[in-house]
Design a protein around this ligand. Structure first.
Ligand code: F6P
Length: 542
């Protein structure tokens, strides 16, 4: 497979320059950089679409940033971006366009690709979603017994779960409190059982969200949910209590869902890039079509910024290039995402799929092995909770973790001093992570000598601070698009295909063989002896 975008970044001239800049700046700390240039904090802060990004606490200077920008040019990141936005098949291993940006084009847009106006297709589905969501919200759409819908259960997994689940929490302030959304993803029977336990089938509506409509967990949970409903209200109830979101109309029909109740999307929407497609149907019911449109507008504002802003002021470009610097030159394998917002508590989980399913790859798009480390391990928890858990390692552990601290300036829930306390904690952590505390400073606090070493904070942890004006549908869209495009920039620099996910397939296949061995009681049918022994143990214990 040939791919002009799969060039090895380590042979780009800028790579050698960056390696030499890394070597010559080894002893320069973030504290040194901050103290040497009072203007740094203004120079290294950029803003777009209600979000500011401050990279002044990263271990970069202007030479490093220039060389990173050269690397992006040498790796043809702008050409790759334009190819993606134009609908070229940049997902080469699946021979697909990658057009999630088309999902959030303004109303009335047109984007012709493959002979179709995909923007018109998007508008048509959005229109159907809006009128259906509005019907559910107003009570026009009722269950089979004539009662109003009070609970929506989204059954999906991966991209068909994480985005809607994250957005439902993030935009709770904007949601209709008369309708509760629930998210079932795990094939663990406990997930569905516990969600359904308090619910009434007469007032519950299921959204079966699956791009392929073949995913084992989703289809198994969907069947069980169907049995639950049919057991209470009979087959005839299915059409009032089940809708589908999928690209696979044949399997949706086979499941028994009327195509009138199916909301489609397209193979050019990757699962982890789909929360603003019909996969966001539960989000739309929760927040209403107008707020959903505002979310799309926020996505689009960041898309336009990514496509047009000068690279030196381009948030996704800077964020992506800093990530490459941290991963490949500072040898930092992991990034903690630390949102100081309870509303963003599922954002790290959402980003794990977005980033790690996209860039957790060891071969470039042409199949050749990557000669440099690629996607970082991403994880996190909201602040301030994480401070009382894993921050000890962030501050004094032997592994350096890069951090994204996300703060929100305005809260819809003012309560005494709490919002200021929250932001103060976010900024304090960013400061300590970046600057640390020297032995002399610890001594100056009057610390007994035997404790000095324990209280020294190395600092020098590369940290970005994102400040969101207010968390609303618009800025949430912009925030997600920022990370999407940062992931894109990283993948483009590394020459990998950020839009396939072959690494998840084998496990699914092996699970089917093991399930068969379990169900037929024949562990020895499995050739892997460790698995066969584990199956025996399981059969003996279950
Ligand atoms: O197994 C990984 C994956 O393919 C993800 O990429 C995707 O988001 C998820 O499974 C769910 O897939 P589907 O929407 O087809 O059920």
């Amino acid at each position: 497979m040939t791919n002009v975008f799969a060039a090895d970044p380590t042979i780009a001239p800028a790579w050698a320059e960056l390696a030499s800049l890394r070597d010559s700046s080894r002893t320069v700390t973030v504290r040194d950089l901050l103290d040497a240039d009072p203007a740094r904090c203004d120079k290294l802060a950029v803003a777009a679409a209600g979000i500011s990004l401050d990279i002044s606490r990263q271990r970069v200077d202007s030479h490093i940033l220039d060389a990173l920008q050269s690397l992006a040019v040498q790796q043809r990141v702008p050409e790759h971006r334009d190819a993606m936005l134009a609908g070229e098949h940049v997902n080469t291993t699946e021979d697909r366009a990658v057009l999630h940006t088309a999902l959030r084009l303004p109303p009335g847009s047109s984007l012709i690709t493959g002979g179709r106006d995909v923007a018109a297709d998007v508008a048509e589905v959005l229109g159907r979603m809006s009128s259906w969501a509005q019907d559910v919200r107003t009570g026009e759409w009722r269950g089979s017994t004539g009662e109003r819908i009070t609970d929506i259960v989204n059954i999906g997994i991966g991209g068909s779960d994480l985005g809607p689940a994250m957005a439902y929490l993030a935009l709770r302030h904007y949601s209709d409190r008369a309708i509760n959304c629930h998210f079932v993803s795990n094939v663990d029977p406990t997930d569905l059982t516990e969600v359904l336990r308090p619910l009434d089938p007469a007032t519950t509506l299921f959204i079966i969200a699956s791009k392929t409509f073949t995913t084992q967990e989703t289809m198994t949970n969907a069947s069980a949910a169907r049995d639950w409903l049919v057991g209470a209200h009979g087959e005839a109830a299915v059409s009032r209590h089940f809708v589908a979101v999928s690209t696979n109309s044949e399997l949706v029909t086979a499941f028994g869902i009327d195509l009138a109740n199916m909301f489609g999307f397209w193979d050019w929407v990757g699962g982890r890039y789909s929360m603003e497609s019909a996969i966001g149907l539960s989000t739309m019911v929760a927040i209403g079509p107008e707020h959903f449109r505002s979310m799309l507008d926020g996505f689009h504002a960041m898309d336009v910024h990514f496509a047009t802003a000068d690279p030196s002021e381009n948030l996704p470009v800077l964020m992506g290039l800093v990530a490459v610097w941290n991963r490949d030159f500072l040898d930092i394998p992991t990034t903690a995402v630390l949102p100081y917002s309870q509303y963003l508590s599922r954002f790290p989980a959402y980003l794990q799929q977005l980033t790690m399913e996209s860039n957790g790859k060891g071969v470039r798009a042409d199949g050749s092995p990557s000669s440099c480390p690629t996607g970082a391990i991403v994880w996190g928890e909201p602040g301030t909770n994480g401070q009382h858990s894993f921050y000890q390692l962030l501050h004094q552990g032997m592994s350096t973790v890069a951090c994204d601290v996300i703060a929100v300036a305005r809260t819809p829930n003012p309560l005494g001093r709490q919002q200021d306390m929250l932001v103060a904690n976010a900024l304090a952590q960013a400061s300590v992570l970046a600057r640390g505390r020297t032995a002399d400073e610890v001594r100056a606090d009057g610390t007994p000598e035997e404790l000095v070493a324990h209280k020294v904070m190395p600092g020098n942890r590369p940290t970005s601070v994102l400040m969101i004006e207010e968390l609303n549908p618009y800025t949430l869209g912009a925030l997600v698009a920022l990370y999407e495009h940062s992931v894109f920039v990283q993948g483009a620099v590394w020459g990998i295909n950020s839009f396939d996910q072959w690494g998840v397939e084998l496990g699914k296949k092996v699970a089917l063989g093991i399930l068969d061995a379990i169900e037929t009681g024949r562990p020895t049918a499995i050739s892997d002896p460790a698995s066969a022994r584990s199956i025996e143990r399981y059969l003996a214990l279950r």
